[in-house]
Design a protein around this ligand. Structure first.
Ligand code: AMP
Ligand code: ZN
Length: 458
């Protein structure tokens, strides 16, 4: 029996045993994309990490409610839609659909609920009204409504920031409408040409942080199990979510805070503002259409989620090679499907790794060893185990034959058959020419004893 799941909690700064609030269930909220553009590979890392978390919780027998929001109202969205002369709703419909398409290509499970901020303005306003009634929110002279940070005693507890240090770091010329430079906006007063909702605070639109407090609370309750996002969201976004949610409910907001480390380009994080981004779709477009999604996932999960990860094309190619090795084993030794026997040495090592704060580098190393064993023993039960363990973390579920052939358009099977006929007719020149043609197209032939030929992409 391997130890139960422990998760590194950003709030406690240590790995804690995971104890679901309700037995056998878990509520997970992940901050989703701001849909003003296509997601980049860095965003894809964070979403892939939480896809892994949800899959593993489910494989461990928990019933998970997985909520990942869409931020469909913010300054950048308004700016982009205005630049394009497009209606904001039509614009975010399109970008949200593009995000969903990318998620399918990345093999990400759809969340159980995908709340869109603009559909939760009512709950956001209720929350702001509660905060005002409790003396935690005030109306600024400019019509904006702010959260009063100094009135929430726990402010800074997640990011372990000290209010005085934070204030010292603030520029002097802050917005004068705020009482304290650290106060943050809950409701922005309407500006001409911008979308606005009517409210008791006057027409306006919600600030970013209030969205996630309202949507998570509505979908998962005032206290829930796991809240995730990228590393940069710890402060101020998640700190502000805690202030709003706990300020309003008086209850603990989240049991476990999880943050995925950055994907970097060189020494810097991949980020739109630094201009060093590859969108997920442009990377996938360069890869084989059948193999690419799983290949990118392999790259993203090869590092532990709390370690920074370098994005390079070489690492991506290496991920493809490793993955093809797995699929080759599955093709050579057709898996016998069976429920996972967790007492098996490989399964229990794999489970121990995943239960140790989702240690994918170790878990994938176990699969690698298991693949070696499959190749040695040619045991369909072990091959079945390899496939089943892969399934718990979102790998190895494609048909091996189809995967290895990839999405190429050349009629390889016909050429392979023609080559066999040529060889039989002792037309070795023709047979060699076909081999060269396939080689140029990135196809490797493997002649088997008995005359059969298998092929795969290089
Ligand atoms: P955004 O749409 O900018 O709110 O980002 C969506 C998610 O991607 C957030 O959880 C971010 O923290 C995360 N993220 C942004 N850049 C990176 C990066 N370079 N590596 C990993 N995660 C990132
Ligand atoms: Zn959020």
């Amino acid at each position: 029996m391997s130890p139960a799941l422990s998760i590194y909690n950003t709030a406690t700064r240590r790995k804690d045993a995971f104890v679901p609030r309700a037995q056998g269930q878990a509520g997970v909220y992940v901050c989703g994309p701001t849909v003003y553009d296509f997601i980049h590979v860095g965003n894809a890392r964070t979403f892939t990490v939480f896809d892994l978390v949800v899959r593993w919780l489910r494989a461990s027998g928990l019933r998970v409610k997985y909520v990942r929001n869409i931020t469909d109202i913010d300054d950048k969205i308004i700016q982009r839609a205005t630049e394009r002369g497009e209606d904001i709703h039509a614009f975010t419909e399109r970008t949200t659909q593009a995000f969903r398409d990318d998620c399918v290509r990345l093999n990400l499970l759809p969340p159980d609920v995908e709340p869109r901020a603009t559909e939760y303005v009512g709950p956001m306003l209720d929350l702001i009204a509660t905060l005002e009634a409790k003396g935690l929110a005030y109306r600024g002279a400019n019509g904006d409504v702010f959260f009063s940070v100094r009135d929430f005693p726990g402010y800074g507890k997640l990011s372990r920031k000290n209010l005085d240090d934070l204030r010292a770091g603030e520029r002097v010329a802050v917005e004068t409408a705020k009482r304290d430079p650290l106060d943050f906006v809950l409701w922005k007063a309407a500006k001409p040409g911008e979308p606005a909702w009517p409210s008791a605070f006057g027409g306006g639109r919600p600030g970013w942080h209030i969205e996630c407090s309202a949507m998570s609370c509505r979908e998962l309750g005032e206290t829930f199990d796991i809240h995730g996002g990228g590393w940069d969201l710890q402060f101020p976004h998640h700190e502000n979510e805690i202030a709003q949610s706990e300020g309003a409910s008086g209850k603990p907001f989240v049991n476990v805070w999880m943050h995925a480390a950055f994907l970097n380009m060189g020494d810097e994080k991949m980020s739109k503002s630094l201009g060093n981004v590859f969108t997920a779709r442009e990377v996938l477009d360069k890869l084989d259409p059948v193999q690419g999604g799983e290949q990118l996932r392999f790259l993203l999960l090869r590092a532990h989620y709390r370690s920074e990860l370098q994005y390079t094309w070489d690492l991506l190619e290496e991920a493809g090679t490793t993955l093809r090795g797995f699929y080759t084993a599955l093709r050579e030794v057709p898996p016998r499907p069976a429920a996972i026997d967790w007492s098996n040495a490989y399964s229990s090592r794999f489970q121990a790794a995943m239960n140790d704060d989702f240690d994918t580098p170790v878990a994938l190393a176990v699969l690698h060893d298991l693949r070696g064993e499959v190749n040695r023993t040619r045991d369909p039960a072990l091959s079945g185990l390899l496939r089943a363990l892969g399934d718990t973390i979102g790998f190895l579920q494609q048909d091996p034959e189809r995967f290895l052939k990839g999405g190429i358009t050349l009629d390889v099977d016909a050429l392979v058959a023609e080559r066999a006929t040529a060889k039989q007719a002792r037309d070795f020149a023709r047979a060699d020419a076909i081999r060269q043609q396939l080689d140029a197209a990135g196809i490797v032939l493997e002649d088997k004893p008995g005359g059969a030929t298998a092929w795969r992409k290089k």
